[in-house]
Ligand binder design. Structure first.
Ligand SMILES: CC(C)(COP(=O)(O)OP(=O)(O)OC[C@H]1O[C@@H](n2cnc3c(N)ncnc32)[C@H](O)[C@@H]1OP(=O)(O)O)[C@@H](O)C(=O)NCCC(=O)NCCS
Length: 138
């Protein structure tokens, strides 16, 4: 099996930010899950981890290097792992890897990966600096 599909060891995958069951309503005419459904879950995962790091609202401004390695099938348990890989002034890169736990075989495979650029925004939707540290004062 190619390394891309075997993927990263579970302990090195970043945060499990989204987990969903792929349902029949999410399929294309071929019976596989729509790519757009998977991208939407990845975007949520990037938003969850990005908002934690930015300590507030974020918006997706770009998506780079998206690869679909294998199809997602009905019944698969789909998990999106996300981690911040770059911090700029107002933007961050969040790497998202998606794994499918196959319903029939119980095999786990990497199905997609991509890099989301998330921008920290204020209440008016304007870019704001990403805070220096993840430490939250009490
Ligand atoms: C996110 C948004 C507020 C940024 O506004 P902007 O006027 O482009 O702001 P800036 O030009 O100051 O860029 C802000 C940061 O984003 C980065 N950026 C902007 N466009 C980018 C792009 N296409 N790709 C990568 N990074 C980008 C800039 O480099 C900058 O990063 P830095 O501060 O770390 O150096 C604005 O583009 C926006 O509202 N976009 C729509 C977001 C959205 O609705 N997403 C969901 C789509 S359904």
């Amino acid at each position: 099996m190619p390394q891309d599909v075997v993927g990263t060891p579970a302990s090195e995958r970043g945060e499990l930010a989204v987990r969903m069951l792929a349902m029949p309503a999410d399929t294309n005419p071929s019976g596989d899950i729509f790519g757009g459904w998977v991208i939407a879950k990845m975007d949520i995962a990037a938003g969850v981890v990005g908002a934690q790091r930015a300590r507030g609202r974020v918006a997706t401004v770009a998506l780079d290097g998206l690869s679909f390695h294998l199809p997602v099938r009905v019944g698969d348990l789909v998990s999106c792992y996300a981690s911040v890989t770059r911090i700029g002034r107002t933007s961050m890169t969040v790497k998202v890897e998606t794994y499918a736990h196959r319903y029939r075989t119980h095999e786990e495979v990497k199905v997609t990966e991509g890099h989301f650029t998330m921008v920290a925004i204020d209440a008016e939707g304007r870019p704001r600096p990403v805070p220096d540290s993840e430490v939250v004062s009490t």
